[in-house]
Design a protein around this ligand. Sequence first.
Ligand code: GUN
Length: 156
Amino acid sequence: MNPEALMQLAIDKCREGLAAGQSPFGCAIAIGDRVVAANHNTVALTTDITAHAEVNALRAACLEVGELHLKGAVVATTCEPCPMCMAALHWAQVDHVYYGASIDDAAVAGFNELHLPAVELLRLGGSSVKLTGDLLTEGCRELFTEWLNMPHRRVY
Ligand SMILES: Nc1nc2[nH]cnc2c(=O)[nH]1
């Protein structure tokens, strides 16, 4: 599946989350042409601070394929993975991660981000996961704008 189409799925899933009062993050995972997971962040819903979109998608994808490692998997996430999510993506041995908005964009929207770029974490840790940013960035940033207009948003 091409990365743009996968990112559009992540954006759509994020909007589903926004409609349900969740935070503005979505993630989709494909292996070849098969979409194995598409999830949004559920931190507010589950009172689970680790329920980021990427962690939710990884859990769903591993369950779906019945494997710990997602060899050949392509991941599209609306925002650059935080260190927790980047580490989880490394553990799952995904092939390539695409993201749209940046950690700085999330911080500007009010999230208490660790200012450690995903590319730095991969380099420091010697990970072979491929990483490409700036995919459908404006569409992904727009999700933060929509979220900032929600009166009952929950920041963390
Ligand atoms: N990439 C990403 N960054 C976040 N920052 C806070 N929550 C999230 C999330 O679900 N995904």
